[in-house]
Write a protein that binds this ligand. Structure first.
Ligand SMILES: *Cc1c(COP(=O)(O)O)cnc(C)c1O
Length: 570
């Protein structure tokens, strides 16, 4: 029986994502968007949802990060062998790109839950002998290349993806676009449901918008206008040609530019942002559309470290498939919780000491910061006033950083160099380690092994953020700007601490850094450091609240149930 045969009866949700992060051996993700997609798929498997996922294969991955002795990022190809991990399917489809026929094949990877659910993930591949060299390279790099490379990848994902699902005999009842990258799928659906009218006087009657809208679900992830994928119509004409009339697409994707977010918005009946605040911000950006909020989560089992898995298995059996059981966290004796934390902390500190000559220890308050090094995340905010930081924290904290900057993001790369130079400057007083090549394994070590998870993006740019949810699953306390999910998860002094003003206050543009920094130092000095060293009982009770109140809610099991009731079968 072919690997897909058991999926051809019954109709499915097709989940389209430019990146999917399931495991490090499949390096087809760059950050939170991909990890979210992976967690979505894993929870869908656990919950036995009828879902199939579609993405691209990326033979060279995003990139493997090395850091040289000056703190400069070096980008290496993340070579891997897809065919060793997944199965190549015989079916082929094609799309027209720049008047050439580009053939697409697929590899399939099955995500299998211990509970029996199975989700096929389709990785589209153009690296076929019948394609030109240029087209073969279209599925090499995630977020590499220029606009032309990108629009071609999006044609393969959106149009090629729908054709592949059809060719494989899968019946689809909803198409879920995880971000606007996949929005070309709507054009292929418009073709599929085209009215067969003769002599129509207005060709717009040919296109059955309502039918397609009914089929489509769109999740937006970008809270700023500049973040949306846009292409010029010159490029559109050159790459896509007469596949879909420009006059019509200008009406649904923007007159000036082809805006992928607008295209997805106009052709989806169900649209949502990824946290309450982000839903509101998106609603203000796009008045006239109805934008719901479904706050992100993480896959609980994936993002809980071994010592906490054992602890939860003992006191909250069944937690992995029913994270609501975290509400009973008080069943866990405080000393056992602390020991589980120390075990995770030891693994991280030993790892850091094995790669850096820093002599980090198990007793010192350890703060972690790891995420993509996009400048809005302000990785070096903690070092704004070095003297003040030293005064507050010398000998009292140690810091662990990780994260990749996009190869073209000079600002992000500069931040990595900055962290590197602070680590040399402060060595011996405040030890700072940078772990290179941030990936899922490093992420789990860090979100479970530190004491505090630091997050200080510029508001309101963090649509949701998910690494803090991972921290909460391991009893690690969030110290974060009130943005994204933390607005919903934060109870001051109970689940963690805020940095800066309430989310409802107006954003004080040019003063934001100063206000946030001053609050960050003040809280570190007056609340966090004293609590950690002098009131361990209070600390442990906060760890419990993080699990019982945050992990309880911010997981993809809850999230997927909401997608089902608020979008898929609405
Ligand atoms: C969770 C995760 C992210 C997302 O982190 P944010 O703090 O939400 O930006 C990025 N990369 C990896 C490897 C992750 O595991």
């Amino acid at each position: 029986m072919s690997i897909l045969e058991k999926h051809t009866n019954g109709s499915k949700i097709a989940y389209f994502s430019m990146e999917i992060g399931l495991r490090d051996e499949i390096p087809t993700f760059s950050g939170g968007l991909g990890i979210l997609a992976g967690d979505t798929i894993k929870s869908s498997a656990d919950l036995n949802l009828p879902l199939v996922a579609v993405t691209l294969i990326y033979h060279k991955g995003y990139f493997k990060q090395d850091i040289d002795d000056q703190g400069r990022q070096i980008e290496l190809a993340a070579q891997w062998a897809p065919s060793e991990i997944m199965t190549t399917l015989p079916e082929k489809v094609d799309v027209i790109i720049e008047d050439r026929t580009v053939y697409i094949q697929a590899l399939v990877y099955a995500v299998i839950s211990p509970r029996g659910g199975e989700i096929p993930v389709i990785f589209l591949d153009t690296n076929l002998p019948e394609n030109s060299e240029e087209d073969r390279a279209l599925t090499d790099h995630l977020y590499g290349g220029d606009d032309s490379y990108r629009i071609k990848q999006e044609v393969i994902l959106g149009i090629g993806g729908v054709r592949m699902l059809r060719k494989l005999g899968l019946q689809i009842k909803k198409y879920h676009m995880n971000e606007g990258h996949a929005a070309f799928l709507t054009l292929e659906l418009l073709h599929q449901f085209k009215n067969d009218l003769k002599d129509v006087w207005d060709e717009s009657f040919m296109w059955n918008f309502e039918t397609v809208k009914e089929l489509c679900v769109f999740t937006t992830h970008t809270p700023v206008e500049a973040g949306h994928d846009k292409f010029s119509y010159d490029l559109y004409r050159r790459v896509i040609g007469d596949y879909f009339p420009e006059k019509v697409i200008r009406g649904i994707a923007g007159e000036e530019n082809l805006n992928m977010t607008l295209l997805a918005l106009n052709l989806s009946n169900d649209v949502n942002g990824v946290a309450k605040k982000h839903g509101e911000v998106s609603q203000n950006m796009f008045p006239g559309y109805k934008i719901n909020s479904i706050t992100n989560g993480v896959h609980s089992y994936t993002w809980t470290c071994d010592s906490f898995k054992r602890l939860f298995d003992k006191y909250l059996p069944g937690w992995a498939n029913e994270p609501e059981l975290f509400v009973r966290i008080d069943m866990v004796p405080p000393a056992e919780l602390w020991n589980a934390h120390l075990e995770a902390k030891k693994i991280l500190i030993d790892y850091v000491n094995s790669i850096h000559d820093l002599n980090m220890d198990y007793e010192t308050l350890t703060i972690g910061f790891a995420r993509r090094f996009a400048t809005y995340k302000r990785a070096s905010l903690l070092f704004t006033d070095i003297e003040r930081l030293e005064k507050i924290a010398s000998g009292k904290i140690q810091l662990i950083y990780a994260g990749k900057a996009h190869p073209k993001d000079e600002g992000g790369k500069k931040l990595i160099e900055d962290i590197f130079s602070y680590s040399q400057k402060l060595k011996g007083r405040i030890n700072i380690a940078f772990i290179d090549n941030y990936n899922m394994e490093t992420a789990l070590k860090m979100v479970s092994g530190v004491d505090i998870w630091l997050n200080n993006p510029v508001r309101p740019l963090e649509a949701s953020g998910t690494s803090g949810m991972k921290a909460a699953h391991n009893g690690v306390l969030n110290f974060s700007v009130l943005d994204g999910w933390w607005i919903e998860g934060h109870i001051e002094g109970e689940t963690g601490w805020s940095i800066g003003p309430e989310s409802t206050e107006a954003v004080p543009d040019e003063n934001a850094d100063a206000i946030d920094t001053s609050d960050l130092y003040k809280k570190l000095e007056e609340v966090i450091i004293p609590t950690f060293y002098q009131d361990r009982d209070k600390w442990i009770s906060m760890m419990k609240s993080a699990i019982g109140k945050n992990a309880y809610y911010f997981n993809t099991h809850r999230m997927m149930r909401r997608y089902v009731t608020e979008a898929y079968i609405r």
